[in-house]
Design a protein around this ligand. Structure first.
Ligand SMILES: NC(=O)c1ccc[n+]([C@@H]2O[C@H](COP(=O)([O-])OP(=O)(O)OC[C@H]3O[C@@H](n4cnc5c(N)ncnc54)[C@H](O)[C@@H]3O)[C@@H](O)[C@H]2O)c1
Length: 330
C-alpha cells in the first residue's frame, strides 16, 4: 500500500510533511491550512503539493489513505472522527483529544473501522532517552523526577489562551509522563496534581501555567513530573533517576550517571540530545507498521489510550484536589 497523505496545519505540521513526503513510496498530496495568509508561501515551498484552505478537499478525495493532524488541540477530535468514518489512517499530534468523553467516542469509532491511529510522542525516538532506557533496565529504581522545561512563555498567549478545554497536562506534561512510563515499562496506578498561575496571573492565559504531578507506581516507586511552562530555562526535558547506588542526571548542566564506589564518580552520557534529526522516526515507524503488521511499533495504540487516561486522571486530580486512581479500562 502506497501512502497518499493529507496534512492538516502547518506549524509542527511542516515536520510531518518532511517526514512523510518521499519516505519510501509515501507522498503528501494535500496540505490543509486554514490561515489563508500562509497559503502563498506554502505554494512556493511545496509546489508539487495541493494547498487548500478547505477541509472538504481532504474528505472528498478518493486517493487519500493517511491524514496527519497537526491542527490546534480543539480540532483533533472532530478531525479524527471524520478520518475514521473514511477509514483513513491517522497520525495525530498530541493530545489525541481534550476530554474523556471524546476519548471513549474515538475508541468506539475505531472498533467499527479499519483505521490505524498513532500519536507523535517524539521523545521515544531520541538517542539520549533510548540509551537511558537501556541503562536503567536492571536498576531497582525508587524515585524519578522529570520536568518539562517549556522555555516558550510567549506561545502561551496565542491559540493556547483561547482553547476552552486547553490543558498543559495534555499539551506538555503528556510528553514527560509518556517518557517515564516508556523508560520504566510501567503504568502508574494513581496521581496527585497541584498547580499555580503565579507568573501568568495578570495575563490572558487563565489556566494554571505550572503543574506538578506525583504518580504512584507498583512496589512504592514514586515519580514526580512537572509541566513548567514559565520557568526561566531553555526548552529542555530534565530527568533524574534514582536507584540504590546510582543517580542518572539529564539536565542543562550535563548528562551523566553518578555512582558510589567508596567515593562518588561520574560517567558521562554523550548521546545526541535534543536529537531533532530522529524526530521523523515516530511518523515513519507508523507508516512502516501500516504497510507491514510485523513491524515493531515505537508506540502502540493501547499505550496512547493509556497515556490519555493518565492525563485525564491528572487533570481530574487538579480539579478535585485529591489523589485520583487511573482507570485504564477505556
Ligand atoms: N509532538 C510535539 O512535540 C509537538 C510539538 C509542537 C506542537 N504539537 C502539537 O501540534 C499541534 C499544533 O501546534 P503548533 O505548535 O504547530 O501550532 P502553530 O500555531 O505553530 O501552528 C498550527 C497551524 O495549524 C493551522 N491550523 C490550526 N487549526 C487548523 C484547522 N482546524 N485546520 C487547518 N489548519 C489549522 C494554524 O493556522 C497554524 O498555521 C497542537 O496540537 C500541538 O499540541 C506537538
Amino acid at each position: 500500500m502506497n501512502i497518499k497523505a493529507a496534512v492538516i496545519g502547518t506549524g509542527i505540521g511542516i515536520k510531518h510533511i518532511e517526514a512523510i513526503d518521499g519516505y519510501k513510496s509515501s507522498k503528501v498530496i494535500i496540505i490543509y491550512e486554514k490561515n489563508k495568509k500562509k497559503v502563498s508561501n506554502l505554494k512556493k515551498k511545496f509546489p508539487h503539493i495541493k494547498i487548500t484552505s478547505s477541509e472538504k478537499d481532504i474528505f472528498n478525495d478518493k486517493n487519500i489513505n493517511f491524514v496527519s493532524i497537526a491542527s490546534y488541540d480543539n480540532f483533533h477530535f472532530s478531525q479524527i472522527i471524520k478520518c475514521i468514518n473514511k477509514n483513513f489512517n491517522i497520525m495525530v499530534e498530541k493530545p489525541l483529544c481534550l476530554s474523556l468523553r471524546e476519548l471513549i467516542s474515538v475508541k468506539k469509532a475505531l472498533k467499527r473501522s479499519k483505521t490505524k491511529i498513532s500519536s507523535n510522542m517524539v521523545l521515544r525516538a531520541n538517542k539520549m532517552f533510548i540509551n537511558i532506557k537501556h541503562k536503567i533496565k536492571n536498576e531497582k529504581i525508587f524515585y524519578v523526577e522529570s520536568d518539562y522545561m517549556w522555555g516558550r512563555i510567549e506561545k502561551l498567549f496565542g491559540w493556547r489562551s483561547k482553547v476552552k478545554n486547553f490543558s498543559f497536562t495534555l499539551g506538555a506534561a503528556i510528553h514527560m509522563i509518556d517518557l517515564v512510563c516508556w523508560l520504566l515499562n510501567k503504568r502508574p496506578s494513581s496521581v496527585i496534581t497541584l498547580g499555580n498561575k503565579i507568573v501568568t496571573k495578570n495575563t490572558i492565559f487563565k489556566k494554571k501555567s505550572f503543574l506538578i504531578y506525583l504518580l504512584k507506581f507498583s512496589q512504592n516507586l514514586i515519580v514526580k513530573v512537572t509541566a513548567n511552562m514559565v520557568g526561566t530555562h531553555e526548552h529542555f526535558h530534565n530527568l533524574k533517576i534514582y536507584s540504590k547506588n546510582k543517580t542518572l542526571f539529564h539536565t542543562r548542566d550535563g548528562s551523566y550517571i553518578l555512582k558510589k564506589n567508596k567515593k562518588l564518580f561520574t560517567n558521562n552520557l554523550s548521546y545526541a540530545y535534543p536529537d531533532k534529526k530522529n524526530r521523523k522516526k515516530v511518523i515513519r515507524n507508523f507508516i512502516d507498521s501500516i504497510k507491514n503488521s510485523n513491524v515493531k511499533k515505537i508506540i502502540s495504540q493501547k499505550e496512547i489510550f493509556d497515556l490519555m487516561s493518565i492525563c485525564f486522571a491528572a487533570d481530574e486530580s487538579l480539579k478535585l484536589n485529591r489523589e485520583v486512581k487511573i482507570n485504564y479500562k477505556i
